[in-house]
Design a protein. Structure first.
Length: 538
């Protein structure tokens, strides 16, 4: 059977898997028709765009704008249909599998591209994120398209294509600003491979700027704040500080002590008001760039005053990056997989990808990286740099996953070739390599600390809220109880549990829950009032 026929079999399997998952998610998923945090902001923003607010408000964008405008166009043309968005993103997911195969054919020989396509189907986080109103899948498709186009430009030595690559990188940055970190590395790579080096790099750089300029010009025009920190969105400062402070552990940190509520809808105003209070400035006097600079400086101050801890923190981020656990700030695949069992059909752990990718890269290094393989390494390096600057989460490291999968497929193909070799020494080497992969992958796969309990507890809290909003109060209570079992300090979960229990008429249990709120937050007067209304004593 030829390669293309196998490719279509893989694509058919990918499509079937997505149909099964979509039907299962519709029947059992809590978030099929509801969303939270960034997804909710994107949805509301898109509805305003579809309602005629194409300028997007009167302040600097707090989140990257491409995805809400993508949603806004769909809402304008077809109405607000969340299932339609899921279907479109599933189609993007299929395109991503095809792009992995296509890029693989430009870089690796033999069976490697097909193995990579199959591994892409089996890595469940790709499919999982396709049913979330987040920019992840769109950014992944744009990033893979950029890589495929860069490889085509190298083959054709077309100055026009170099410019199109730059434009596509700029547009991708409007969905994922960290992509700009890849820009200098891509320019260096173009200088290596282009026939007309100066012209190619200049066209690429100018077109990157052209991709970003409309957003930057809009931000500058509405705010009057002419700063490079306002190019795309204004979250860099606070995200940097969230990643580099006394409580940082390489993951998202909820800054309750600083005065943040945890709601992304009001975070921008909280950033400003907290900064103004600390600097003793009048309310509303700081521009967005000044707020960004304030939080960025706080992060750098912590790094400079704790160099040893910062080094350990970076090592911790690197270790988490390579592990299997899919950390998140919003949706967690492990929690949803309890209800949507079809997610088990794509069980490939990230640690296996990471270890096989390391084996593939080592093999490439011995042979000497060709320019195409080097491009993939540069993209992974740029994504890793973004994670090390900020923090680890499943969707932050996901841009690296397709290219690591390609190297992993190369490593797997090499081991298979050794195991099937007629030479005994090659077969022995193949078994040794396979044993090394297993020995390293097992502890890396098992790697996690108590922080995963907090994240999963928060996911149960969010699921409880989704059930509560749909008036499924029994289900809400069950989720809140799992939330407080994993994180007993979460007074919000105790409070919402009390509300749900009160709605169900379980008043004594509700009083006990509200008392737990007061043990953790004595200033929560709403809990005290609820107890009194139920006839209890705080």
């Amino acid at each position: 059977m030829n390669e293309r026929r196998w490719f279509w079999i893989v694509m058919g399997a990918a499509a079937l898997l997505r149909v099964i998952y979509m039907l299962d998610y519709r029947a059992h998923g809590v978030y099929w028709d509801s969303m939270l945090l960034d997804a909710q902001i994107y949805d509301e923003w898109a509805q305003r765009i579809a309602g005629g607010d194409w300028l997007g408000g009167s302040d600097v964008f707090t989140l990257p704008p491409l995805y809400p405008y993508f949603l806004g166009v769909i809402y304008t043309l077809a109405g607000r249909s969340i299932p339609l968005i899921y279907i479109l993103q599933a189609v993007m997911g299929l395109c991503n599998v095809a792009l992995v195969w296509s890029i693989g054919r430009k870089v690796f020989p033999g069976r490697t591209p097909l193995i990579a396509a199959g591994m892409s189907v089996l890595y469940g986080s790709f499919m999982f994120m396709e049913t979330k109103l987040l920019a992840t899948t769109l950014a992944l498709t744009l990033g893979l398209s950029l890589m495929r186009l860069l490889l085509s430009a190298r083959e054709r030595q077309s100055d026009v294509l170099w410019g199109v690559c730059g434009l596509l990188l700029g547009v991708t940055a409007l969905a994922r600003p960290e992509t700009l970190l890849f820009g200098p590395l891509a320019a260096w790579w173009i200088w290596r491979v282009a026939a007309n080096k100066a012209i190619a790099v200049a066209l690429f750089a100018v077109c990157v700027a052209l991709g970003v300029v409309p957003c930057a010009a809009r931000n500058f025009a509405v705010s009057g704040d002419w700063s490079l920190s306002n190019l795309i969105s204004s979250q860099a400062g606070i995200t940097f500080y969230q990643s580099n402070n006394d409580r940082a552990g390489g993951l998202y940190v909820y800054l309750a002590r600083e005065g943040f509520s945890g709601s992304p809808a009001v975070q921008a105003e909280e950033e400003r008001s907290i900064a103004e209070k600390e600097l003793k400035l009048p309310a509303g006097s700081m521009q967005r760039s000044e707020v960004t600079r304030y939080w960025m400086v706080r992060g750098f101050d912590w790094i400079l005053s704790h160099p040893g801890r910062y080094l350990l923190l970076e090592l911790q981020k690197l270790w988490r990056f390579a592990g299997s656990y899919e950390y998140s700030t919003e949706y967690i695949i492990y929690v949803e997989r309890e209800l949507v069992r079809s997610l088990w059909l794509a069980p490939l752990p990230f640690a296996v990808i990471a270890i096989l990718a390391a084996a593939g890269m080592l093999a490439q290094r011995r042979r000497g990286f060709n320019d195409a393989a080097l491009l993939l390494v540069l993209f992974v390096a740029a994504n890793l740099a973004a994670v090390l600057l900020f923090y680890v989460s499943s969707r932050y490291r996901m841009p690296s996953a397709p290219y690591l999968i390609l190297f992993a497929a190369s490593g797997a193909s090499l081991i298979l070739d050794r195991l099937r070799s007629p030479l005994a020494s090659d077969r022995t080497g193949g078994w040794v390599a396979l044993a090394a992969v297993v020995i390293i992958a097992v502890p890396l796969h098992a790697l996690k600390d108590d922080s995963h309990l907090i994240q999963e507890a928060n996911a149960h809290y969010n699921m409880g809220n989704a059930h509560y909003n749909k008036k499924r109060h029994e289900a809400a209570v069950a989720e809140y109880e799992r939330a407080v079992a994993g994180d007993r300090s979460n007074w919000r979960a105790w409070f919402n549990r009390g509300n749900a229990l009160r709605t169900l008429g379980r008043n004594q249990e509700a009083i006990d829950s509200f008392r737990e709120v007061l043990r953790r937050n004595k200033e929560m007067t709403a809990a005290r009032r609820q107890i009194q209304e139920l006839g209890g004593q705080p």
